[in-house]
Design a protein around this ligand. Structure first.
Ligand SMILES: Cc1cc2nc3c(=O)[nH]c(=O)nc-3n(C[C@H](O)[C@H](O)[C@H](O)COP(=O)(O)OP(=O)(O)OC[C@H]3O[C@@H](n4cnc5c(N)ncnc54)[C@H](O)[C@@H]3O)c2cc1C
Length: 441
């Protein structure tokens, strides 16, 4: 097939989102021009190829009864390149989907660059091209501020820390209490008290916990934002006078001020997700689970999201993006991936998949309204995450990963957790099926 002089779509950034977006377009027979700095690297990137997993080699759980696993199942049924390559290359990793980073990146790169409808260009883009039919900006969390400002000039955010989020039902109500400091704020916070012995055990574990390796680059970027374990290293009482201070709080069970307290703050309107206040961290995910579960009320904590520390440039999705991640200000420019305010490898890939399918529908001659209608619905994980990006009402829009808290409660949602997960799975499968049938109607 001959490549038209002007490609149907130009994609800037061939990371997880850019690669996925390209694949969806190629599947529809449309031509793609990929522009990426690679093989040159900057920041945290190390590999010469596309779709680099910058840190962990795990794409997390593959169990469809987890939020991440459900997202994967949906993406497989929508023809994801990331999952197709990962499935062929999977390493033994229990219930997780893990790959060899270099082989994974090389395989995705080969598939794309060898495709007859793909042209590639190696350069760092500093201005979004204006002479293309459709352009997708998928330059990831390390996008230079000047480039990101072309999508969101006023409200560009630099987000460099996330604290973990746990599920409401996994917080032990007998070992915690709802209260605001000095009686202010009603039950806005759940407080998890520790006595002196519990605090010392927790503190020792925190000091000795395994952290994700950092680069000099990261250290420069985060010089002013200290993870909880680094704060703790300053002295045994530093965090007890900081994020874990008990001042203004009385434990109703003892009638006394606790020795130390972890506060949890609600993350969603339905109060299903609770964030660990001030606990931004660089601990590895297994260490977060082990160490934070030493806090008595969190002994059984279920983590909706783990804390991560890295530079993260993202735009205010709900303000600047519409369905399919199109710019509200320019219907020919789209964003995709972490830049839109999703968090994580698969989430970023899923965002590229949505954008690719949306543009494919437009190129097929469907109206924008029809392309909107063909987006995955909010009862799928991929659709719920996309709706969060384009319509979250939170005044403090923050990057989000796949989690069941994104599903709005419905009257038919089972109360029992096990039944609920099966319900979500069946509902998602039916919804994706309906969407695929509507595409071909
Ligand atoms: C240090 C670090 C560690 C992380 N660890 C994890 C983890 O363990 N697990 C997890 O799920 N997520 C992790 N993340 C988040 C992860 O980056 C994203 O989830 C995911 O890779 C983002 O996908 P993306 O496609 O949006 O961007 P990326 O995968 O980052 O791809 C962006 C691409 O754009 C290219 N590019 C950037 N700027 C330009 C430009 N101006 N011109 C041309 N090309 C450009 C880059 O070379 C790259 O190929 C981490 C992020 C960072 C920064």
């Amino acid at each position: 097939m001959t490549i038209p002089k002007k490609p149907d779509v130009t994609i800037i950034g061939a990371g997880l989102a850019g690669a996925e977006c390209a694949w969806q377009l190629l599947a529809g027979g449309f031509s793609v021009h990929l522009i990426d700095c690679k093989p040159e690297v900057f920041g945290a990137y190390r590999l010469p190829g596309y779709a680099e997993l910058v840190c962990s080699n795990s794409l997390k759980s593959d169990d469809p009864e987890t939020a991440g696993g459900l997202l994967k199942r949906e993406m497989r049924s929508l023809g994801s390149i990331v999952l197709d390559v990962a499935d062929r290359q999977r390493l033994r990793a229990g219930g997780a989907l893990a790959v060899d980073r270099e082989r994974f990146s090389a395989a995705v790169t080969n598939r794309l660059t060898e495709h007859a409808l793909v042209t590639v260009e190696s350069r760092k883009v500093d201005a979004i091209p204006v002479d293309t039919a459709f352009t997708v900006v998928a330059t990831g969390p390390l996008t230079e501020p000047d480039l990101a400002a072309q999508i969101d000039s006023d409200h560009l955010h630099f987000f460099d820390a996330t604290a973990p989020i746990v599920s409401a039902e996994s917080i032990n109500p007998d070992l915690s209490f709802a209260a605001g400091r000095y009686g202010k704020g009603g039950d806005d916070y759940i407080n998890c008290p520790l006595n002196e012995a519990e605090y010392r055990t927790f503190y020792d574990a925190l000091l000795n916990g395994r952290v994700v390796e950092t680069t000099a680059y990261d250290d420069r970027v985060f010089a002013h934002c200290q993870p909880i374990e680094r704060l703790a290293a300053r002295g045994i009482d530093t965090i007890r006078y900081g994020p874990m201070r008990p001042t203004g709080l009385t434990d109703p069970k003892t009638g006394r001020r606790p020795y130390a307290v972890l506060q949890l703050r609600r993350e969603d309107a339905a109060a299903q997700m609770w964030g660990l206040v001030g606990f931004q961290t660089r601990l590895t995910f297994p260490e977060q689970q082990r160490i934070f579960r030493l806090i008595p009320a969190l002994a059984e904590a279920e983590f909706f999201r783990y804390g991560v520390m890295h530079r993260n440039t993202y735009v205010q999705g709900p303000r600047v993006l519409g369905g399919g991640n199109v710019l509200k200000q320019n219907s020919r420019i789209f964003a995709a991936g972490q830049l839109t305010g999703v968090e994580g490898y698969m989430e970023s890939a899923s965002s590229g998949l949505i954008t690719g399918r949306f543009i494919r529908h437009l190129l097929e001659g469907k109206s924008r309204t029809m392309a909107d209608r063909l987006l995955p619905a909010g009862d799928t994980m991929i659709g719920a995450l996309h709706q969060y990006v384009i319509s979250s009402e939170s005044p403090d829009y923050q990057p989000m990963n796949a989690n069941f808290g994104l599903f709005a409660p419905t009257p038919d949602t089972p109360a029992r957790k096990a039944a609920r997960k099966a319900f979500y799975g069946a509902r998602s499968a039916a919804s994706i099926q309906r969407m695929l049938e509507a595409e071909h109607a």
